[in-house]
Design a protein around this ligand. Structure first.
Ligand code: C5P
Length: 405
C-alpha cells in the first residue's frame, strides 16, 4: 500500500520525536518516499541529520531558506505529498492547525496540502485532557483530519496516563487504511486463523505449527478496505490488527461455536485456520503421570466447521465462502475435492513441501481454484499480498451478486 507513495512526515517538538527516526525507517522499508518536515522545537529533540540519512532526502526546517525555496519550495513539498503523517503531533501543533495558523514550514505546508492528514497526538496527559486540546482535536476531526491515539502508558517523567504516541505499527496500519479505497465499506467479513489446541490432559495438547499469520493478514486487508471484521483465532503469538472484533478460542469445538455465532449476516467468510481434524476423546483434568508404559490416546473426529457453513448456505451465494487447503501431496486433486465437498466459492491451495510456503512463514506460494474449474497460480508472495488477491476475488463475487449476474 505504501510502495511508491510520497509520504510527508511532520515532526513537532515533543519527547516522542525520537521515535520518528524509526518511523522513517519503517516507511522507507515499505517502499514509501519520505519527506521529513521538522518544527524548530522538534530539532531540539532529534537532529535533522539523522532523519535526512534515514529518509535519504533533505529535511525541511526553514520556511525562509533561500536555497531550498528557490530550488523546490514549500508549495511543491505540499503538492507532492500523497499522505501527511504528524508524529508526534504536539498540543501546540494541533492548536495551530485548528486555528489555521501558518507560521513555519510545517504549518504552512499543512494549509497548502490537499493530501489526507494523519495526526498522532503525543503529550502530557493533563495537556491532552485540557479542554482546549480536546476542542482542537474535535474541530480537526470534523474537518477531516484523521486522528490516531494517543495511547495509555508511561509518559515522560515516569507519569502514567493517556498521551503516548501510538505504536509505530499502528501508525503504519492507519496510513495504509487511509490510502486504501474503501471497497468493502458496509460489508461484514469473518476470518478464522491460527491453530487449534486439542488437550488430552491439563497441560498437553495436539496442535500444528500455524502462527495465524495468513489469517491475521487477511483480517488486516479487509479492515483496510473498510469492512467490519470478526477475527476468530486459535492461540497465536500475534497482535490482532486494531479495529478488528477479536474472538480468541482454543479448540476446534470452541472455534465452531464462535464461528456459528458470528456467521449469520456476514458477506464473506474466509477460513484460514489450521483446525485440528481430530481431538482426544478423553481429557484428563490433571497432568498425566509418566508410567513407564506406552500411552494410548484415542482421537475422535472434530467438526468440520467450513463444511458446516457450506451445508447451511446450500444453493445461496451468500456468504461468499473461502477455504484454504494446505497439502503435502496431490495438491490440486485434494483442493478441488474440498472445494466441491465443502460447497466453497474458491479455495486457496498451498503446497507445504514448497520452500517459502505454509506454516510459520512470512510468505506463501498459492494456487486459487474456483467453482468453474479455473486454477490461478501465483508466485511466492508475502502473506499480505496473498490476502490482497483473496479479497480482490471476494469483491468481484460480491459485485456479481449485487448486479444479479
Ligand atoms: O479438510 P481440510 O482440513 O484440509 O480443509 C481445510 C479447510 O477447511 C481450511 O479452510 C480450514 O480452515 C477448514 N477446516 C475447518 N474445520 C476443520 C478442518 C478444516 O473449517 N475441522
Amino acid at each position: 500500500m505504501l510502495k511508491g507513495k510520497s509520504v510527508l512526515l511532520g515532526i513537532s517538538g515533543g519527547i516522542a520525536a525520537y521515535k520518528a527516526a524509526e518511523l522513517v525507517r519503517l516507511l522507507v522499508k515499505e517502499g514509501a518516499s519520505v519527506q521529513v518536515v521538522m518544527t524548530a522545537n522538534a530539532q531540539r529533540f532529534i537532529t535533522p541529520l539523522t532523519l535526512q540519512v534515514l529518509s535519504g532526502q533533505p529535511v525541511c526546517t526553514d520556511l525562509f531558506d533561500l536555497e531550498f525555496e528557490s530550488q523546490v519550495g514549500h508549495i511543491q513539498v505540499a503538492r507532492a505529498a500523497q499522505l501527511v503523517i504528524l508524529a508526534p503531533a504536539t498540543a501546540n501543533l494541533l492548536g495551530k492547525m485548528a486555528a489555521g495558523i501558518a507560521d513555519d514550514f510545517l504549518t504552512t505546508v499543512l494549509l497548502a496540502t490537499t493530501a489526507p492528514v494523519l495526526a498522532c497526538p503525543s503529550m502530557n496527559a493533563k495537556m491532552y485532557e485540557n479542554p482546549f486540546t480536546q476542542r482542537n482535536l474535535e474541530q480537526l476531526r470534523n474537518m477531516g483530519t484523521h486522528v490516531l491515539g494517543p495511547g495509555l502508558g508511561t509518559l515522560a517523567r515516569k507519569e502514567e496516563g493517556i498521551g503516548r504516541l501510538p505504536e509505530l505499527s499502528e501508525i503504519l496500519e492507519s496510513a495504509k487504511r487511509i490510502l486504501t479505497p474503501q471497497t468493502l465499506r458496509g460489508k461484514r467479513v469473518l476470518v478464522s486463523a491460527g491453530p487449534t489446541w486439542e488437550h488430552f490432559d491439563a497441560v498437553r495438547f495436539i496442535s500444528n505449527p500455524s502462527t495465524g499469520r495468513m489469517g491475521y493478514a487477511l483480517a488486516a486487508v479487509a479492515l483496510r478496505r473498510g469492512a467490519q471484521v470478526d477475527l476468530i483465532s486459535g492461540p497465536s503469538p500475534l497482535c490482532p490488527p486494531s479495529g478488528v472484533r477479536f474472538h480468541p478460542v482454543k479448540s476446534a469445538e470452541e472455534m465452531r461455536d464462535a464461528v456459528l455465532e458470528v456467521a449469520p449476516g456476514t458477506d464473506a467468510i474466509v477460513m484460514a485456520a489450521a483446525v485440528s481434524d481430530y481431538r482426544p476423546q478423553q481429557v484428563a483434568s490433571h497432568k498425566l503421570k509418566k508410567t513407564g508404559k506406552d500411552l494410548e490416546v484415542l482421537l475422535v473426529k472434530n467438526p468440520d466447521i467450513l463444511a458446516l457453513l457450506g451445508q447451511s448456505r446450500g444453493a445461496s451465494s451468500r456468504p461468499v465462502l473461502v477455504g484454504f487447503a494446505a497439502e503435502t501431496e496431490n495438491l490440486i486433486e485434494n483442493a478441488r475435492e474440498k472445494l466441491v465437498k465443502k460447497n466453497l466459492d474458491f479455495i486457496v491451495a498451498n503446497d507445504l513441501t514448497q520452500c517459502g510456503s505454509g506454516f510459520a512463514c512470512e510468505t506463501n506460494q498459492v494456487k486459487i481454484l474456483d467453482r468453474s474449474g479455473d486454477i490461478t497460480e501465483f508466485p511466492c508472495m508475502a502473506k499480505e499480498e496473498v490476502a490482497v488477491q483473496v479479497f480482490d476475488r471476494i469483491e468481484r463475487l460480491l459485485l456479481q451478486e449485487t448486479h444479479g449476474e
